[in-house]
Design a protein around this ligand. Structure first.
Ligand SMILES: N=c1c2ncn([C@@H]3O[C@H](COP(=O)(O)OP(=O)(O)OP(=O)(O)O)[C@@H](O)[C@H]3O)c2ncn1[C@@H]1O[C@H](COP(=O)(O)O)[C@@H](O)[C@H]1O
Length: 107
């Protein structure tokens, strides 16, 4: 298990977005705004799909990392905390009863 989470990356993105560092890709995307960031997110999504269809495992890992990074940038620019998305997923899990079934199966 990696010692790194999406929450860690979200924190880094927030720090870099307001760093004023001219070399920061994150700061550049935040300065360009939601249209450019969302466009990049779409490009990375397409590249991820292509890697998956080709069965290129290494590219799928790399493109997925690009995708998740740009997704968090879009959330950041839009002012949506990662936690809101996780709560939405958590709500869907509890509504489906899957979490309770998984917990019972490990008892
Ligand atoms: N995870 C990432 C990450 N993934 C992808 N990218 C950048 O996303 C950019 C876009 O990728 P592309 O392949 O599309 O590059 P490109 O073709 O040059 O882009 P175009 O200008 O042509 O559209 C590249 O510059 C990548 O470096 C990332 N940039 C930053 N991070 C994380 O954010 C942190 C802060 O980065 P900076 O803001 O750059 O300091 C880093 O330490 C990383 O943890």
């Amino acid at each position: 298990m990696a010692d790194f989470s999406l929450a860690d990356l979200e924190t880094i993105i927030h720090q870099r977005a307001h760093s004023g560092d001219a070399e920061s890709w994150t700061a550049k995307l935040f300065a360009k705004g939601i249209d450019k960031a969302a466009q990049k997110l779409g490009e990375e999504a397409v590249e991820t799909v292509i890697a998956a269809i080709r069965g290129d495992r290494q590219a799928l890992v790399s493109e997925s990392a690009d995708l998740l990074y740009h997704w968090l940038v879009v959330l950041g620019i839009a002012g949506v905390p990662l936690d809101d998305v996780l709560k939405e997923l958590e709500g869907r899990t509890s509504r489906s009863g899957i979490a309770e079934k998984a917990a019972r199966s490990t008892d």
